[in-house]
Ligand binder design. Structure first.
Ligand code: HEM
Ligand SMILES: *[C@@H]1O[C@H](CO)[C@@H](O)[C@H](O)[C@H]1NC(C)=O
Length: 343
């Protein structure tokens, strides 16, 4: 009975979650995001053109090359796996998953303050160099990011999912657009609207925030909560007292690092959500998911059902990888992920 009843159970939970979402999500028309945030196409429309067999003939070893490179780099520095997952998010969050975050020219997204702590670019460059040797001008940088993010997730102990390919690389990257990406001090309405503008729903928001079950943050992203929260002269009352003491000791300098998941920092698990229930979320945006009525039921469902988080993470990462993708004759396949093609 095991497998069947488990999957029935999971489906039931998902059904309940979708019910919760349709009942509570609706963001009033008047509070739609600014025009600049709205996507011209729903993610699903564009995502339909990606396919699982995209490189089957043109670059059959593409995934094993990505796999080997991510493993090689993770062995040298295990902290790179979470950084690669975040890189894929920051790519998809601006102009869709088009590798615009990788462009390295004056005033590109990558140069924005919001991108300051992104890392892992050298891993993508290394993968691209190998792919240009094995299958020149064939695999897009946006597909490499999507594939590397899946490999990094598996490497970190998270779930596997099939990644559809066929994304093209964009030719535009603007620093000012990176300022739309949430940095950890936003309110939940902003987060919901930001995700919704990309075709991602409440469940995607809460589940993908669960990426913070691994990885780290610079202290600069949380110092505003520790001493003078919103001008009150006091710490954020939604931080557990012991955790607050720990953070004050750990975060003397903005440039220092602190783990996003205080309990099991290197394990890909649903403890991120139980942390939130114990007032131990690192970022304000993490902690708010537990108190906001639109997201708190999802947090409790994920906290109590680790398998639900694991399974839905695959689904939501697939949704993320479909955001506003360029396909067919849109965009190009860069030969160097740092620069648009000169021809
Ligand atoms: C919901 C809105 C989100 C906010 C406000 C947010 C914010 C942040 C911040 C502030 C950091 C630390 C940056 C620093 O070094 O100071 C971070 C790290 C990270 N984020 Fe998010 N994030 C969000 C969503 C996501 C999503 C959707 C993903 C992946 C799908 C993700 C994956 C990660 C990972 C893996 C790290 C650790 C990076 C590392 O260790 O280098 N985040 N995030
Ligand atoms: C949420 O944040 C946005 C932008 O940061 C702001 O315009 C809005 O007033 C905030 N909403 C609430 C309910 O605080």
């Amino acid at each position: 009975m095991g497998a069947l009843s488990l999957s029935l159970h999971l489906s039931l939970c998902l059904l309940l979650l979708h019910f919760v979402i349709s009942a509570e999500m609706a963001v009033p028309e008047s509070r739609q995001p600014a025009a600049a945030l709205s996507s011209p196409l729903p993610a699903e429309t564009a995502g339909d053109e990606l396919s699982f067999g995209h490189y089957a003939n043109t670059c059959p070893n593409m995934e094993s090359i990505v796999h080997n490179k991510v493993n090689k780099w993770s062995a040298l520095d295990p902290s790179l796996a979470p950084s690669i997952i975040r890189l894929h998010f920051h790519d998809c969050a601006v102009r869709g998953c088009d590798a615009s975050i990788l462009l390295n020219h004056a005033a590109s997204e990558r140069t924005a303050v919001e991108s300051k702590t992104l890392r892992g670019f050298e891993v993508i460059d290394d993968i691209k160099a190998e792919l240009e040797k094995k299958c020149p001008k064939t695999v897009s940088c946006a597909d490499i990011l999507a594939s590397a993010a899946r490999e990094a997730t598996v490497k970190a102990g998270g779930p596997f999912w099939e990644v559809p390919y066929g994304r093209k690389d964009g030719r535009v990257s603007l620093a000012q657009e990176a300022s739309q990406v949430p940095m950890g001090h936003e309110n939940v309405t902003y987060l919901i609207e930001f995700f919704q503008a990309k075709g991602l729903n409440l469940l995607d928001l809460v589940v993908l925030s669960g990426s913070h079950t691994i990885g780290r943050s610079t202290c600069g992203s949380v110092q505003g909560r520790l001493y003078n929260f919103k001008g009150t002269g006091k710490p954020d009352p939604s931080i557990n007292a012991n955790y607050l003491n720990y953070l004050k000791r750990k975060c003397r300098w903005a440039s220092e690092y602190v783990e996003l998941d205080a309990t099991t920092p290197t394990k890909f698990d649903s403890v991120y959500y139980t942390n939130l229930q114990r007032k131990m979320g690192l970022l304000l945006t993490d902690q708010l998911l537990n108190s906001d009525s639109r997201t708190s039921l999802i947090v409790s469902a994920l906290a109590t059902q680790p398998m639900l988080f694991y399974q839905q993470f695959s689904v939501s990462m697939t949704n993320l990888g479909n955001v506003q993708v360029l396909t067919g004759d849109e965009g190009e396949i860069r030969t160097n992920c740092n620069f648009i093609n000169r021809y």
